[in-house]
Ligand binder design. Structure first.
Ligand code: ZN
Length: 199
């Protein structure tokens, strides 16, 4: 015999979350069942809000609830450098390690032929257009220092070549094959400051 319909449905929906199996989903469902109604309403509202209120910034493609986002609006940042990152979560990590300096461009992935992800699936054309349109003198590519991150960096550098803009790559310090998200702030700061030309 299963749990009552609504409980079953919640367990089923929670099990779809990454890393949550049926056992954990059941535990969470009963936690919610025993929680105060205010909390449950607040939780479900905050889940809905990320779909209804969060969009991509029309300039840098970071996630935001206002457009342009607060980083793009920030006049104190260097307007001659764009730091290119794979994901919004990477931007957050860089920004926490090295706050208030760069403007960014979020690719929303990396080129990965095995998973069928090509340049046209990323915000690369938008980056090239942005560099064309504005007074950018340097593009710092801060994709991960692994195979996909490197080949994406070289692809972007190639696309930017005709524009006569300086293209740099974060320095190691971030271990080869390493993921930015698991790197400590000091190492990130060093790799941004010691960036090097890509060609
Ligand atoms: Zn923005």
């Amino acid at each position: 015999m299963g749990y009552p319909g609504p409980v079953e449905r919640l367990i089923e929906n929670l099990s779809k979350l990454p890393g949550i199996g049926r056992k954990t989903a059941t535990r969470l469902a009963f936690f919610l069942l025993n929680s105060r109604v205010d909390y449950v309403k607040e939780l479900s509202q905050s889940i809905q809000d990320i779909k209804e209120k969060i969009k991509l910034c029309s300039i840098c493609f970071n996630i935001t609830d206002i457009d342009p986002c607060t980083i793009c609006k920030d006049q104190k940042r260097d307007s001659s450098v764009i730091c290119v990152v794979e994901e919004p979560s990477h931007l957050m990590v860089l920004e926490q390690a090295y706050p208030g300096v760069f403007r960014y461009h979020v690719l929303h992935g990396v080129i990965n032929p095995l998973e069928g992800i090509g340049p046209e699936d990323l915000k690369i054309a938008e980056l090239v257009q942005r560099v064309k349109d504005s007074g950018i003198s340097e593009v710092l590519i801060a994709t991960n220092l692994n195979l996909e991150g490197n080949s994406t960096a070289y692809y972007i550098a190639d696309q930017l070549k005709p524009l006569n803009v300086k293209v740099t790559r974060i320095a190691s310090g971030i271990p080869a094959g390493g993921d930015i998200i698991y790197t400590d702030p000091q190492t990130i700061k060093n790799s941004l400051e010691n960036r090097r030309d890509i060609f």
